[in-house]
Ligand binder design. Structure first.
Ligand code: M6R
Length: 608
């Protein structure tokens, strides 16, 4: 959600910024722009639309000479996506330029104050207010001025700033929006995320809340909001730049679906030792594990769906009550957390604003928070008391696949560990589950190899208007994710229902030819789901079933069946979700949608 790239060094800034912004395209945006300082003036070029437009306007950056610059991809919040609202924004004199990710909550008050003092605004954005405030409070000392502005603004921000009277410096600052800086032999960089700079450096610094950075061509200095210089240590990024490239696949999403077996192996293997589950990061003794009375799982989107699955798995195996909340609800609903409760926040990006706020809410109340996070060093990873990384590597496609699969594995590991320690399962059952977990990667490979069949089926549904996903128990959780995958990338309206709920209203929407995807992986519920399939079929629905190899009886109620290999029913989501991901993907491809960057969506939702 909004991407920032900044550079100061010995090379032309514009091509580096364009290149970095391209690496952040996955975050979602609707316009792009750059401010380049040529030593005399700060020049801005910006435009609504894809980055390609900005590249064309500037001939790949060639028409904007200068070795200092900041660039931005905007995901509109305040004001329509258009050329004027695109970033960067100037102060009135064009001596300060700003790019911003986040939301300034008190911007209307600040705007009024500045308007009363004679300032005029050209855009509808909250960011322009920041540029004008920097102008209003400017003392000649950028760090001091930035700190003054920070004391007055409320909300979230990551900023890149250029001051024309400081021709050898660029500034960065953050509060509640992600920002990193890095240094190479050719210069220093600002970015919203690591892939933007990985081509140039692996040594990055995660800018913490309310820290300010002064970047020069050959060094960087860090300050706190009291304008005191602070020391920071760099982090070495281990993953390869190629991990963030498409590697011959047509889309990142397809590549990432194919990475799921590897992701699962990497999430499992460090935690399976000597026929046991060892989750060092939990830092919990046997007594601690036995003392947990309840889990609260809090997340958004697909991570929430992983949490819904976890409720069934943890309650089923470990017999510990689990409440699952959408982070945007949890943070405002004054949740009741009682002694013995443990909060688990789940996030691929580790930057989702609502999830981060939920984490802070739980910590404020004195409860321990475990983060299940993919991005190392992200805000949630840093603020959680303990972190269980999912080791999925960089996920670029907006629609998550491999990170979701890794989240499921993290939950299975927790469930079997707690179940064993709390003596809810026998050693034999435990060992059987470990074997089943280790079989999942190969089983997923088999399902992925079957993609041709699903592509053919998907091509029949390119004109679908509504699709329903139904299931019971874990199959309902799978349906939630299958439905989201389809709708977010193909723009086909889709809903997921607990199969037993259909009769309470939704069944009236079923008409001749409506596609209903019935997920049926839980043997205890086979017959119940078959009854629901028969009900919708009788009303004209075309029924696609996703079920286990042994459930041949389903053929009497389904029009088309996709079989998944046999596994422990608690782990069935990991297999059943694969054909549903492929289905969503191929419908989107068939319709010519922008699969990796669906409209209106951002990879990392860093604003509320
Ligand atoms: O980075 P997070 O896991 O916190 O993101 C949560 C959701 O925004 C995310 O899962 C979203 O729903 C995806 N687009 C789903 O594919």
């Amino acid at each position: 959600m909004c991407g920032i790239v900044g550079y100061i060094g010995t090379r032309q800034a514009a091509p580096i910024i364009l290149d970095g912004l391209a690496k952040l395209e996955y975050r979602g945006y609707d316009s792009a722009g750059m401010a380049i300082y040529d030593g005399e003036e700060i020049h801005i070029t910006k435009s609504v639309g894809r980055l390609k437009v900005l590249e064309e306007l500037t001939h790949g950056g060639a028409t904007m000479p200068g070795m200092i610059g900041i660039g931005h991809t905007r995901w509109a919040t305040h004001g329509a996506p258009n050329d004027i609202n695109a970033h960067p924004h100037y102060n009135s004199e064009h001596t300060i330029a700003v790019v911003h990710n986040g939301i300034i909550e008190n911007y209307l008050q600040l705007k009024k104050k500045l308007t009363d003092r004679g300032y005029e605004f050209v855009s509808e954005t909250d960011t322009e207010i920041l540029a004008q405030m920097l102008d209003y409070y400017y003392t000649g000392n950028p760090i001091e001025t930035i700190a003054k502005v920070m004391h007055r603004v409320e909300g979230s921000y990551a900023l890149g700033i250029i001051f024309a009277d400081h021709p050898d410096e660029v500034f960065a600052v953050r509060k509640d929006s992600p920002l990193i800086v890095g240094q190479s032999v050719d210069g220093c960089f600002i970015a919203s995320d690591v892939p933007a700079v990985l081509k140039y450096t692996r040594q990055v610094y995660f800018v913490e809340n309310e820290e300010i950075v002064r970047l020069r061509a050959d060094h960087m200095h860090f300050y706190n909001v009291d304008v005191e210089e602070i020391a920071k240590a760099p982090v070495t990024i281990e993953w390869d730049a190629n991990a963030a490239e498409k590697a011959g696949y047509e889309h990142f999403m397809l590549k990432e679906m194919y990475e799921q077996p590897k992701t699962i192996r990497e999430t499992l293997s460090p935690r399976l030792r000597d026929r046991d589950v060892v989750i060092d990061e939990l830092q919990m003794s046997v007594e601690d594990i036995r003392a947990v009375r309840k889990f609260h799982i809090v997340a958004c989107g697909s991570a929430y769906h992983a949490g819904v699955t976890a409720k069934y798995v943890i309650e089923g195996l470990a017999r510990i009550p689990v409440e699952v909340d959408l982070a945007s609800e949890f943070r405002y609903r004054d949740p009741i957390l009682e002694e013995g409760a443990m909060v688990i926040v789940v996030s691929q990006s580790g930057e989702t604003a609502d999830t981060l706020a939920a984490l802070r809410e739980a910590k404020k109340r004195g409860f321990p928070v475990l983060g299940i996070v993919n991005v190392v060093g992200s805000s949630i990873a840093r603020e959680a008391d303990r972190v269980m990384y999912t080791w999925a590597g960089p996920e670029i496609a907006v629609a998550t696949t491999k990170a979701y699969s890794a989240q499921l594995i993290a939950f299975y590991l927790l469930a079997v560990k707690f179940a064993k320690v709390r003596e809810q399962i026998t050693e034999k059952e435990f060992q059987g589950m470990l074997e089943e977990l280790q079989r999942l990667p190969n089983q997923i490979e088999l399902l992925l190899n079957n993609k041709g069949k699903i592509q053919k089926f998907a091509n029949r549904y390119l004109a679908a208007k509504d699709v329903f996903f139904i299931g019971r128990g874990i199959d309902y959780a799978i349906s939630l994710e299958g439905s989201l995958k389809l709708k977010e990338i193909s723009y086909v309206h889709s809903e997921a229902y607990a199969a037993g709920e259909l009769k309470h209203g939704t069944i009236s929407l079923i008409e001749e030819g409506t596609l209903v995807a019935a997920v049926s992986t839980q043997p205890d519920l086979y017959q119940k789901t078959i009854s629901n399939m028969v009900e919708v079929k009788a009303r004209g629905a075309f029924v696609l079933a996703v079920t286990n190899e042994d459930n041949r009886e389903i053929e009497r109620a389904a029009d088309y069946v996709i079989y998944i290999p046999q596994t422990n029913p608690f782990f069935a989501n990991s297999l059943a979700i694969i054909p549903l991901q492929l289905f969503g993907y191929y419908v989107a491809v068939g319709k010519g949608c922008d699969v990796d960057k669906p409209r209106n969506l951002a990879k990392s939702v860093t604003v509320e």
